[in-house]
Design a protein around this ligand. Structure first.
Ligand code: AGP
Length: 605
């Protein structure tokens, strides 16, 4: 939800800012902008739309300097116009911001009363004007910055340039992430390790409330109480610094095809392939638990729902799943012995983080299943259960989802073994099943020709329904979300048995209905639901295995996935729904990696 970068460097800063913003574009792409200190003066360039618009602007009007800041925006306050694009400027200050200053209206009124005028509708301009106000009242740069921060309510990560301070960038974080990059005679701050990845692999993650001042060689970090603080510098793995599409057209396509690997890497951390035992990286006493409460948003919540089906069935442990945006405000009644589990790719999603903190404040033990291992959730949860999907850049989550599901499946086996629901032989069998998943996922992706043909038809649809039963029901929800977010076709996922209670009224001649139906114990029930929609004119697209294909109704298009154990069916059947969404979007000419109105990481409410 907006990405920021700040550089105190030794070479031309504008191309470096743009290079970094390219890696941050997954966070927002409504507008982009950069600013630099050029001959002692602040200068900026901004452009509405994707980064290439800023590139063109910079080609026409180059920006000099070696010290600068940059921003990609996902609009919250104010439309995506140039006036609302960052960096915002006032007097001696230019700044970029990720987050929301909630009390901006009150601060704006105060500044207007002091005679200040505003050129944008943003909360960020209020922040910039307030810093400038304190400077104009005679405060030193760092003090003025801190005075302003003390007035802000809400969430922010900021990077600030101050005229007259030629080799300085100020930064701060509260509620939105910020890292410090340590280079060779140059320093960086950015929204994540990817942002500083082109320049350094030595990174420190700031804590909540930290303020930082970087110059050519050092970072002075002050904690929330204003005391000098040291944050450990880590060497980040090359995978975090490398984000290229390779031979793929889109990151989403690449990430779909990375799933055999990402699933394998993730499972490798959760099972012992020699002893054939489930061995999660952080110990939780599942015997002592009465319940698991999962909180998550979007795709991650569907991974959580799949976890519910698997954990309850295999381990007999009750699991509740709720979207974080509801959970955080409804004063949920939590019972002792509940483990709260946040599921998140980014580890920064504002609602999920708030839900996690709520559970912690209620005295629950908390766990985080996250892909960004240095994220706020990863650091605040008592237990870290990492996914090893590597950086996910496509806004539509794919490999992070299956990595989350892999963790859920492995935890189901671990919990079942600990709670005595399965014996050693059954555990060994289920671990063996888990270990087969990467190969079967790889096989499941060999259906691109069929999917391309179907996508051609789907692209013309106005509405698409997805049906599934059991753990295939959350997958139906996920399939519908994927199609909506990247192809802009209206789609809904339903529990197949629920159709006749209302949604069947939506079926018209030729309405596409995608049915996810492995040949499991529920197959016949789902087959009846398929017959019901076919009788009403629907065009069924059935995702099934070879056995299911033998029972496909006449006229149904079939996508065949490999046969597998129900434990890993959500992993093996995910590829087909992802590819269907992907090729439909490609066929419609949509911007797959940067769909309209979305951002990868939602760090505002
Ligand atoms: C997935 O395709 C979505 N773009 C979105 O639903 C996402 O899963 C959600 O915003 C949660 O993000 P997180 O996993 O980073 O918390």
């Amino acid at each position: 939800m907006c990405g920021i970068i700040g550089i105190v460097g030794r070479t031309a800063v504008a191309p470096r800012l743009v290079e970094s913003l390219r890696r941050l574009e997954y966070r927002g792409y409504d507008s982009a902008g950069v600013a630099a200190i050029v001959d002692g003066k602040l200068e900026r360039r901004r452009a509405v739309g994707k980064l290439r618009a800023l590139d063109e602007h910079l080609a026409a009007e180059p920006l000099g300097g070696t010290v600068g800041i940059g921003h990609v925006r996902w609009a919250t306050h104010g439309a995506p116009t140039e006036a609302n694009a960052h960096p915002h400027a006032s007097g001696r200050v230019m700044a970029v911001h990720n987050g929301i200053i909630e009390n901006y209206a009150e601060l704006k009124a105060e500044l207007i009363a002091k005679g200040r005028t505003f050129e944008s509708q943003t909360d960020t301009e209020v922040a910039v004007q307030l810093i400038d106000q304190y400077l104009s009242e005679g405060q030193a740069p760092l003090a003025a910055f801190q005075s302003a921060l003390a007035r802000f309510q809400g969430a922010y990560a900021l990077a600030v340039l101050i005229e007259g301070e030629d080799r300085l960038v100020l930064g701060a974080r509260r509620g939105s992430p910020l890292v410090v990059g340590y280079g060779d005679g140059e320093m960086f701050i950015g929204s994540d390790a990817l942002a500083v990845g082109p320049f350094t692999n030595r990174v420190a993650y700031l804590d909540e409330g930290d303020v930082v001042a970087i110059d050519d060689t050092s970072a002075r970090i002050l904690d929330a109480a204003g005391h000098d603080a040291i944050r450990p510098v880590r060497v980040i793995p090359a995978s975090a610094a490398l984000v290229e599409k390779g031979n793929y057209r889109h990151f989403m396509e690449k990430e779909i095809h990375e799933q055999p690997d990402s699933c394998q890497h993730t499972l490798a951390a959760y099972v012992d392939p020699v002893a054939l035992k489930a061995s999660p990286p952080a110990d939780v006493d599942f015997k002592a638990l009465n319940r698991i409460q999962i909180v998550a948003c979007g795709t991650a919540s569907y991974a959580g729902l799949i976890g519910k089906y698997l954990i309850e069935r295999i381990a007999g442990l009750p699991v509740d799943v709720e979207v974080s945006s509801e959970f955080r405000y409804r004063e949920a009644a939590l019972s002792p012995g509940t483990l709260a589990v946040a599921v998140s790719q980014s580890g920064e999603t504002a609602d999920t983080l708030a839900a996690l903190r709520f559970c912690k404040a209620q005295g629950l033990v908390t766990a985080a299943i996250v892909n960004a291992h240095q994220s706020t959730m990863a650091r605040e949860a008592d237990v870290l259960w990492p996914t090893h999907a590597g950086p996910e850049i496509g806004v539509a989550s794919t490999k992070a989802f299956t990595a989350q599901v892999s963790v859920m499946a492995a935890l189901a086996v671990a919990a079942a073994a600990q709670r005595g629901r399965i014996d050693a032989a059954q555990e060994a069998h289920l671990v063996h099943v888990l270990l087969e998943a990467p190969r079967l996922i790889s096989e499941s992706l060999q259906v691109e020709d069929t999917i391309r043909e179907i996508a051609h038809e789907l692209g013309r649809a106005r509405d698409v329904l997805y049906l599934g039963r059991g753990a295939m029901y959350p997958l139906a929800l996920e399939g519908a979300l994927k199609l909506k977010e990247i192809s802009y076709i209206h789609a809904e996922g339903y529990a197949a048995g629920e159709l006749k209670h209302g949604p069947i009224a939506l079926i018209e001649e030729d309405t596409p209905v995608i049915v996810i139906a492995p040949s499991d114990s529920l197959f016949e029930k789902t087959a009846s639901n398929m017959a019901e929609v076919i009788a009403r004119g629907a065009r069924v697209i059935m995702i099934t295995d070879a056995e299911g294909q033998r029972h496909a109704p006449p006229g149904a298009r079939v996508v065949t996935a490999p046969a597998c154990d129900p434990l890993i069916a959500p992993l093996v059947f995910a590829g087909a729904i992802q590819l269907l969404a992907y090729y439909t979007a490609v066929q419609k000419g949509a911007d797959v990696d940067q769909p309209r109105n979305l951002a990868k990481s939602v760090t505002v409410e």
